[in-house]
Design a protein around this ligand. Structure first.
Ligand SMILES: Nc1ncnc2c1ncn2[C@@H]1O[C@H](COP(=O)(O)OP(=O)(O)OP(=O)(O)O)[C@@H](O)[C@H]1O
Ligand SMILES: O=c1[nH]c(=O)c2[nH+]cn([C@@H]3O[C@H](COP(=O)(O)O)[C@@H](O)[C@H]3O)c2[nH]1
Ligand SMILES: NC(=O)CC[C@H](N)C(=O)O
Ligand SMILES: [Mg+2]
Length: 519
């Protein structure tokens, strides 16, 4: 049995894109939660004995044959229940209300009017106020189950919020878990603490203890190889796993020749100085660059790199006498962008090398203790584990490295040009004291050449794009608004100092519609 606090909330997942955000809001309220797919929710309920249940949204319609339902134990147990969107709809379908296909759906921003008090709104919303929420539904509840009353309405959803005060069941047609419902986090906190009566004293320290117990249970006395990149995610994963299983762990840093200037030496040096964890430094530049010859399609690059990482890890595992497990610092955004739910609205955006880019046949089992966290939460956990600031505050750097920052074919020459330009850009950012204000910054070497004039001569060289964004979790991002003098200084330095680049442009695209990386 995994170690977990006794005061918890169970989130039943029906396949929504944003279920992890529900868990995140519950964590922010200081309450431990676990997500269980609906098909395993009965078991999870028995094991966890939660003090409350939240039912997630879903791409399914309750009107579809065989659409998912909450297990009966949820409603038989007497604990409070919050149904969100599909969760509200299935609750009505299961308890005797009715749901119909709406004439039209509501998608995006909407406003609800508060009609009555209810425990969920305590200290937050009162009668006759209007509040912004975020909707995403086609179906709607058309008749309430016995015991329920309406406490808020919207134009498209007469049952925007419903409550059964006796059983402490609540339903919302909108999504409180997304940031576009500004008071949503506080509604979820009200459910967890006020309605379910939980203390709100859970912390990252407890997450750490629970994960350590889970890792021990999964790994037993097996050996683990951990892919260490120097990024915050894998550093946190490695230190956490080391706390759990000590010398059963070996870290492997793969230098694929697609790193930034000086990065490999820095990562290995920093890690070896800070930790007494065995670290293997693998030189694999030739293997990666040879394999990338002639490859121009972004997904093909990612798949090749994902597979080659695994080949290298397996080779290294052999050298230490075999390892049953491969640990990675995979985070939730890596997963959600790579995976598409069958039959759902979600599509594969890009195959992150460590998830969608993995080969189909894997000999080692994955250990991914951070799989449900977002980047800023991993940083908080890193602080909890006492990681040096040089790891915790580092900008993210993608596993496929410079390969996805060189649209078109990747070559050693192009990597060298990019490395030089990128290091000037980053040095200027550091000099200007902007590193910590920016979430991620990097340069992209374009396969486009343009005409220039330097020293009275004609040049015909590459264009380099600069990118810098702010974000909290990498799921959405805004561009960083540099002063134009700063950009002009960087552009001048790069064109003067980097042979092969004669023009510099700045990328003004937010995410969405762009992604952070160009490939
Ligand atoms: N060069 C590398 N050598 C070994 N493992 C790697 C390398 N690059 C990536 N990985 C593995 O892939 C995982 C995902 O990479 P990703 O870049 O998302 O995370 P990270 O590098 O740990 O953190 P960050 O996102 O801050 O860069 C890493 O956590 C690590 O396990
Ligand atoms: O380890 C990784 N392997 C990958 O394949 C990968 N692709 C994107 N990224 C990083 O993820 C964040 C979001 O990037 P995108 O907006 O480009 O999807 C940004 O921080 C990207 O740098 C990756 N990280
Ligand atoms: N976001 C949701 O949970 C949507 C539920 C259901 N698919 C609907 O369209 O109403
Ligand atoms: Mg990285």
């Amino acid at each position: 049995m995994s170690a977990h606090p006794s005061d918890s909330i169970l989130i039943v997942d029906f396949g929504s894109q944003v279920t992890q955000l529900i868990a995140r809001r519950v964590r922010e309220a200081g309450v431990y939660s676990e997500i269980s797919p609906f098909s395993m929710a009965e078991e999870a309920f028995e094991r966890l004995q939660p003090r409350g249940v939240i039912l997630s949204g879903s791409p399914a319609s309750v009107l579809d044959e065989d659409s998912p339902r909450a297990p009966d134990c949820v409603f038989e147990s007497g604990v409070p229940v919050l149904g969100i969107c599909y969760g509200q709809q299935t609750m009505m379908a299961q308890l005797g209300g009715a749901v119909q296909l709406g004439d039209s759906g509501e998608f995006g921003r909407a406003f609800i009017s508060i009609d009555d008090r209810c425990e969920l709104f305590d200290g937050l919303w009162t009668e006759s106020e209007t509040h912004q929420v975020w909707m995403s539904h086609g179906d709607k509840v058309t008749a309430l189950a016995e015991g329920f009353r309406v406490v808020a309405t919207s134009e498209g959803a007469p049952y925007a919020v419903i409550a059964d005060d006796t059983r402490r069941y609540y339903g919302m047609q909108f999504h409180p878990e997304v940031v576009h419902t500004p008071d949503g986090g506080r509604l979820i906190a009200n459910f967890a603490r006020h309605v379910c009566g939980l203390a709100g004293d859970w912390s990252m320290a407890e997450f750490r203890d629970a994960k350590i117990a889970e890792i021990r249970e999964q790994v037993g006395d097996g050996r683990v190889i951990c892919g260490l990149s120097g990024g915050v995610d894998s550093a946190v994963a490695a230190v956490l796993i080391h706390e759990a299983i000590g010398d059963q762990l070996t870290c492997v840093f793969v230098d694929h020749g697609l790193m930034r200037a000086g990065e490999a030496e820095q990562v290995v040096g920093l890690f070896r100085n800070s930790y007494n964890i065995p670290l293997v430094h693998v030189q694999a530049e030739t293997l990666f660059l040879n394999g990338l010859k002639g490859v121009t399609d972004p997904e093909a690059k990612r798949k090749f790199i994902g597979k080659t990482f695994i080949d290298v890890f397996e080779e290294e595992a052999k050298k230490i006498g075999g390892a049953e497990f491969l640990a990675q610092g995979t985070l939730y955004p890596d997963v959600i962008e790579s995976v598409s739910f069958t039959g759902g609205p979600s599509v594969t955006i890009k195959s992150h090398h460590n998830v969608g880019g993995l080969p189909e046949r894997m000999n080692m089992k994955l250990v991914e203790p951070l799989r449900e966290l977002f980047k800023d939460e991993v940083r908080a956990l890193g602080q909890e584990l006492g990681l040096p600031k040089a790891f915790v505050g580092r900008h993210p750097f993608p596993g496929p490295g410079l390969a996805i920052r060189i649209p078109g074919e990747v070559s050693k020459d192009r990597c060298d040009i990019l490395r030089k330009a990128d290091s000037i850009y980053l040095a200027e950012i550091r000099n200007a004291g902007l590193y910590d204000a920016i979430w991620q910054a990097f340069a992209v070497l374009l396969p486009v050449r343009t005409v220039g004039v330097m020293g009275d001569g004609r040049t015909y060289d590459h264009v380099l794009a600069l990118r810098a964004v702010t974000s909290t979790d990498g799921m959405t991002a805004e561009i960083y608004p540099f002063p134009s003098e700063f950009l002009a200084r960087v552009a001048t330095r790069i064109v003067n100092e980097v042979r092969g680049v004669n023009r510099v442009v700045y990328d003004y695209t937010s995410k969405p519609p762009g992604t952070i990386e160009w490939e």
